[in-house]
Design a protein around this ligand. Sequence first.
Ligand code: HEM
Length: 144
Amino acid sequence: MYPGLVHAHSGLRWIALILLLAAVAVAIGKWQGRSGYTDGNRKLYLFTLIAVHTQLLIGLLLYFISPKVNFDQLSDKLYRFYTVEHTTGMLIAIVLITIGYSRSKRATDPTTKQRLVGIFYGLGLLLILASIPWPFRIPGAGWF
Ligand code: HEM
């Protein structure tokens, strides 16, 4: 089960990243162009939220079974990364995206709806990019 979860979590990053990039580009474009709120962009923002929440769920499972999560070896860069840095960064990012989605859903003005997604999803995307274990940064991490 462990290797399957790591593969799913690693591969799903690309779906989450592509959806986030598309959502941020559409939201900022429509915010700046004041071009309204459509059913299509509402679905894009919802699927993006579902993708990052799925990552949260798999990540939480991994947190309990991964050998790379180890509170006794926090002086080691690799263990500290997965035990503290990756998890904290991703949790904050997912909270930001969730706040952006729900505040945008409650807003009534179309431009405000787009602005909230553009800002909160944008900040979440930056934090996720900074917290991913990219192979050029973290030994043993993969691209997929
Ligand atoms: C959008 C959010 C997230 C993304 C894009 C993401 C991405 C990744 C990637 C690419 C890896 C490396 C897998 C590999 O070695 O090939 C990884 C590992 C891991 N992630 Fe996440 N992650 C996210 C959220 C989380 C969260 C919220 C948690 C914990 C609550 C978490 C816990 C872990 C753990 C424990 C590992 C190490 C797995 C192992 O190799 O043993 N992740 N993550």
